[in-house]
Design a protein around this ligand. Structure first.
Ligand code: G6P
Ligand code: ZN
Length: 545
């Protein structure tokens, strides 16, 4: 322990089990005495710094970000890290943290964010740890951290005044060098290595109009530097670009519901050619053309099919991966390319081993996340640049490119029905009921759909052999349909059942059908197979996307 450090006595909290993406709680919970300190010390106890260890620290700028960062800096110094890389203003997007860890050889990084959840004094806050490959800590680490939080009795902190987070440069706390870094520079340089910036700049210079909504979250400074600075897009291309502690009172979640300002613009009279948005911490993306929404599952398939147009992927893809509920559109592309498509459980961490082992190059999820082997997180701006690179190379509109994709590979209609904040016990009962009936389902006919297969998804990691059980129930129907049932892993109250519906339509004459109409039969079958509304005691889904 460092000579500058002070030891403070503390008592454990019982509720510090990290979820899918770290420890997420309301701000008032985090402001309880020693709440953050207990968790951070538990983390440092589980992954103590080796000599010379570098730690990256930054967050999405939400309420409590700066306060938490000051504490973490002084605790990291007391715990013996050699160097801390802190984003200026406390800002670092999740993909930028991943990139910094990898480029600067750090042993890990601490991300302060609750992703797309609302912020503010009564909003959400979160802390997540990423390991040396740049990806989220695996469960074996987070489980140990949780165990440690239940027995923690003391923590170390270096006393002293707050640091000036807004001035780049180095200061020292004891033997620890604290380096305030430009949050954008390394990330922007990485993007420039991957994509054809000259081609994109020519596209934009030629009058192709783009708009990007940063939703008052972390991507604003990144998007301004990259789009308006490096690629020459006019000032104002990036809207809501100032990160605000409460995200301007909105959900920084890029989807058709929460990114409604962008959606209105893209469906408006003078709509630009291309529109996109990202979430609180910059790892999600939404892509739109003029009066046209690109479904995330389609987006993944289309990036795979067009990857040869991007300099970094010109040599071809090693393989692709998608999470279970993500539509099988990318599988069809992989088959044509003669590469493997992996199906993983929901959660970005499952892609880590596949990427590290060089089995895949691209991966993505229906939940608006797409990424590649360039880092170990999903990456919102990367996906936007990937699209712009394709648009520049092909010289066609978003809509034309997507429809052309459908006519080549077939269209996978896709839709999600969410039953939010239902009784957790009833939700568990529903899954148990389905599990019991699985064996009897194949061959039967429900609401006009003939069931072909029915099973519960279990994933064996091809790299380390670890097994994840009960990751969702999947039912396929004759004629290219599929229904997936799973419980959300990110909710904060009650349970949320998600029912994912999908159907492959090969006939281009039917590709313009409304998604809801194209999937009406699947929806009816889905409700009937799960007896969803009776078991949950609800009248219908709360959100349909
Ligand atoms: C987080 C993870 C994603 C995952 C999503 C699922 O955003 O980073 O990898 O797809 O949660 O959320 P859900 O609520 O469906 O469990
Ligand atoms: Zn996020």
């Amino acid at each position: 322990m460092d000579a500058f450090a002070t030891e403070i006595e503390t008592t454990p909290y019982e509720d510090q089990r990290p979820g899918t993406s770290g420890l997420r709680k309301k701000v008032p919970v985090f402001r309880q005495p020693n709440y953050l300190e207990n968790f951070v010390q538990s983390l440092f106890d589980v992954v103590p710094p080796a000599p010379g260890a570098v730690l990256v620290i930054g967050g999405d700028g939400r309420y409590h970000n700066r306060t938490a960062i000051q504490t973490i800096i002084r605790m990291a110094a007391a715990n013996g890290f050699s160097r801390l890389l802190v984003g200026r203003g406390g800002i670092l997007s999740t993909p930028a943290v991943s990139a910094l860890i990898r480029r600067r050889g750090a042993c890990g990084g601490v991300v302060l964010s609750a992703s797309h959840n609302p912020g503010g004094p009564d909003g959400d806050f979160g802390i997540k740890y990423n390991v040396e490959n740049g990806g989220p800590a695996p469960s074996e680490v987070t489980d140990k951290v949780y165990d440690r939080t239940r027995e923690i009795r003391r923590y170390s902190i270096a006393p002293g005044p707050d640091l000036d987070l807004d001035r780049e440069g180095e200061t020292r706390i004891g033997d620890t060098v604290v380096e305030i870094v430009d949050p954008v520079a390394d990330y922007a340089a990485l993007m420039q290595e991957i994509f054809d910036f000259d081609a994109i700049a020519r596209l934009i210079g030629g009058g192709f109009r783009i708009t990007f909504d940063a939703m008052h979250a972390v991507t604003g400074p990144y998007a301004r530097t990259i789009f308006e600075g490096m690629l020459g897009a006019p000032a104002g291309t990036v809207r809501n670009s100032e990160p605000l502690p409460d995200f301007g009172g909105h959900h920084p979640d890029p989807n058709l519901v929460h990114a409604e300002e962008l959606v209105r613009t893209m469906y408006g009279a003078d709509a630009p050619d291309f529109g996109a948005a990202s979430d609180g911490d910059g790892d999600r993306n939404m892509i739109m053309g003029r009066r046209f929404f690109v479904n995330p599952s389609d987006s993944l398939a289309l990036l795979a099919a067009n990857a040869h147009l991007v300099p970094a992927y010109g040599a071809g893809l090693k393989g692709v991966a998608r999470s279970l509920p993500t539509s099988r559109a990318v599988d069809v592309v992989a088959e044509r390319l003669g590469i493997r498509a992996y199906e993983t459980p929901t959660g970005w961490k499952y892609f880590g081993n596949l990427l590290d082992a060089g089995l895949i190059t691209l991966c993505g999820e229906e939940s608006f996340g797409t990424g590649s082997n360039h880092i170990r997180e999903k990456d919102g701006l990367w996906a936007v640049l990937f699209w712009l690179n394709i648009l520049a190379a092909r010289g066609e509109s978003v809509e034309t490119i997507v429809k052309d994709h459908w006519s080549t590979y077939g269209r996978h209609f896709f839709m999600r029905h969410d039953y939010e904040e239902v009784d957790a016990q009833k939700a568990a009962e529903l899954m148990a009921g389905l599990r019991e009936r699985l064996a009897a389902l194949p061959g039967s006919s429900v609401a006009g759909e003939v069931i072909e297969t029915a099973d519960e998804f279990e994933y064996r990691d091809p790299v380390d052999g670890s097994v994840a059980r009960q990751q969702g129930i999947r039912v396929t129907t004759r004629g290219g349909g599929r229904i997936v049932y799973r419980l959300s892993g990110t909710g904060t109250s009650g349970a949320t059942l998600r029912m994912y519906l999908e159907r492959l339509e090969r006939d281009p004459a039917k590709h313009d059908e409304e998604t809801a109409a194209a999937l009406a039969g699947m929806a009816e079958a889905g409700r009937a197979i799960g007896d969803v509304e009776r078991v949950l005691g609800v009248a219908g889904p709360t959100t349909i996307t």
